[in-house]
Design a protein around this ligand. Structure first.
Ligand code: NOJ
Length: 561
């Protein structure tokens, strides 16, 4: 398999609004990130993915881009971006830009022109349709509720928006528009970008006849169409077009945020011979996941996609990002076992095949927040989800509790740097309330503590970097179906075998018989509790052994290296 720089690294996702504010306006910015580059380098990450920093009216916090070749004044200037890029590169950290091109903002100049008449130069840059029976062209529902179509009197037509009405879908069938997007990608690469995380990419191509979507209407009367649109043939052609343009620049990392129908379809996006993406972030709505999720199921999923090695595919591994609640609250235990379970999640991700993605604050075990009122939340998804529940008959109180639990704002609270006011994030009033637990959970305290979540991440990142078995090793799950909470697997590379165990529960368990005699692990998540005790797994215990396999008289035994 051809090796790439992005396989051996760790990608750190920065949500710039919430990372570090340098000018006291309450919003994080590029100069703020620049002040923290040594923090990133000290942690050991090798690439930074910046969520959008382009000019935007921010209905979806930057995922509504008004200019793809500029920096929003709130975040700084292109010169600030150049300075940040140079500082990161000087530390061996690559730079990945978010690339949001399924849609733009309605405040992008292209849209203003396109919406002005049916005959202008950009008339086809967006998706316009005539009214049908005096109303919307079909039954499609936008992701955040209501029709996916909005009427513009100047054209006497509707435009399509799969997301909010301020995020009109670009028309990828228009070759001129497409070429401009590709030009802009080249422009960023020439400026120093090492890769793109391409947003909502599965929906680029739409059927020309816009048939009604099949399925049940939601409480607003419209039918969610996105799953039915995913991965149409031309979508793959358009993605391939990006690669064709960028090829000449060498190993540009292309991460697709994709929705795939099944494993075979996922291969189409990430098999190297298809020349689409280097790896994929599969998008699974958090609500579905919360109700259906289990550790064993997650491992089964990993085992399933491991079978994609035959096509040379590679994976992005993540448990958090800016669209999901905090991982320790969502998947583990943010109460009694907060520290142990935060470490367990880390050890899980960093020992799986694929490139680990670290979302800011995860290295501190940051948790969900709970604001008192709906008005304290900023996220469009939280608000529209709440409204759709109420519309469907759920009481306001229950709807608020549900919306809070899955709110994307859980992950968007300001970074907790230290115990000073506003957690050291801003000298002004933060755009979103700081999680009040920052006095207990913050970077300054954790960096001084060798047993903290932060120190554990740092050790794990270094361990992965130094041991090819954890990067390229074969993955073999060894789970006992009767013990769903205990996840066990090996990574094998040449003569080396690594054994990894996680007790994904608040109950103690025994180590499976055949491994009960193993000595001290190389890395244990329970050092503060006294460390690993042979044969026993404490609640949320995680441990990693490097094993030597010895073979005497036909008997194979494993000993700790
Ligand atoms: C996925 C992004 O991660 C999310 O934050 C955004 O709301 C949608 N795409 C629309 O761009």
């Amino acid at each position: 398999m051809k090796k790439h720089w992005w396989q051996e690294g760790v990608v750190y996702q920065i949500y710039p609004r919430s990372f570090q504010d340098s000018n006291a306006d309450g919003v994080g910015d590029l100069r703020g990130i620049l002040d923290r580059v040594d923090y990133l380098s000290d942690l050991g990450v090798t690439a930074v993915w910046l969520s959008p920093v382009y000019p935007s009216p921010n209905v979806d916090n930057g995922y509504d881009v008004a200019d793809y070749q500029c920096i929003a004044p709130q975040f700084g200037t292109l010169q600030d971006w150049d300075a940040l890029c140079a500082a990161l590169h000087a530390r061996g950290i690559r730079v990945i830009m978010d690339w949001v091109v399924n849609h733009s903002s309605d405040e992008h100049p292209w849209f203003a022109e396109s919406a002005a008449s049916r005959e202008n130069a950009k008339a086809d840059y967006y998706i316009w349709r005539d009214p049908v029976n005096g109303g919307v062209p079909n039954n499609w529902r936008s992701c955040w509720g209501g029709s996916a179509w909005e009427y513009v009197p100047a054209r006497g037509q509707y435009y399509l928006h799969l997301f909010s009405k301020k995020q009109p879908d670009l028309n990828w069938a228009c070759a001129e528009m497409r070429e401009k997007i590709y030009d802009m990608m080249e422009w960023w690469v020439q400026r120093g970008v090492d890769g793109f995380r391409v947003d909502a990419i599965s929906y680029l191509d739409k059927p020309a006849d816009f048939p009604d979507a099949a399925g049940e209407a939601e409480s607003d009367g419209y039918v969610l169409c996105m799953n039915q649109l995913t991965g149409r043939e031309k979508t793959h052609v358009y993605i391939h077009g990006m690669q064709q343009r960028l090829k000449k620049y060498g190993d540009v990392l292309m991460i697709g945020e994709v929705v795939a129908r099944d494993q075979a379809h996922m291969r189409r996006y990430i098999a190297p011979q298809c020349e689409e993406f280097s790896m994929a972030i599969p998008f699974v709505p958090p609500i579905v996941e919360i109700n259906t999720w289990s550790p064993a199921a997650l491992l089964r999923r990993v085992a399933q996609d491991w079978s994609q090695t035959d096509c040379g595919a590679w994976w992005a591994r993540f448990l958090s990002n800016h669209d999901k609640p905090r991982q320790v609250s969502l998947y583990a235990n943010d109460g009694e076992y907060w520290e142990q379970s935060a470490k367990m999640l880390a050890a899980f991700l960093y020992t799986l095949p694929g490139t680990p993605f670290l979302y800011q604050g995860e290295e501190l075990g940051m948790t969900n927040v709970s604001y008192a009122a709906l008005e304290d939340y900023d996220d469009i998804d939280t608000k529209t989800f709440f409204e759709s529940l109420v519309l469907g008959g759920t009481s306001r109180q229950e709807a608020f509790a549900l919306a809070k639990k899955v709110s994307r704002d859980n992950a968007r609270t300001p970074m907790q740097w230290d115990e000073s006011p506003n957690a050291g994030f801003s000298a002004g009033t933060p755009w979103l309330g700081v999680n009040p637990n920052y006095r207990r959970i913050n970077a300054r305290a954790q960096r001084k503590d060798p047993l903290s979540v932060w120190s554990f991440y740092r050790r794990l990142i270094a361990l992965r970097k130094e041991n090819p078995a954890l990067i390229y090793g074969d993955f073999t799950p060894l789970c006992d179906p009767a013990q769903e909470d205990v996840l066990l697997y090996t990574r094998s590379f040449g003569q080396e075998t690594w054994l990894v165990v996680h007790n994904w529960s608040a109950l103690p368990h025994n180590m499976p018989e055949e491994f009960a005699g193993l000595g001290q692990p190389l890395l244990s998540g329970s050092e503060r509790q006294g460390g690993y005790t042979a044969g026993k797994l404490r609640p949320y215990e995680t441990a990693i052994w490097k094993l030597k396999i010895s073979q005497k008289n036909d008997e194979i035994s494993m000993i700790t290296a």
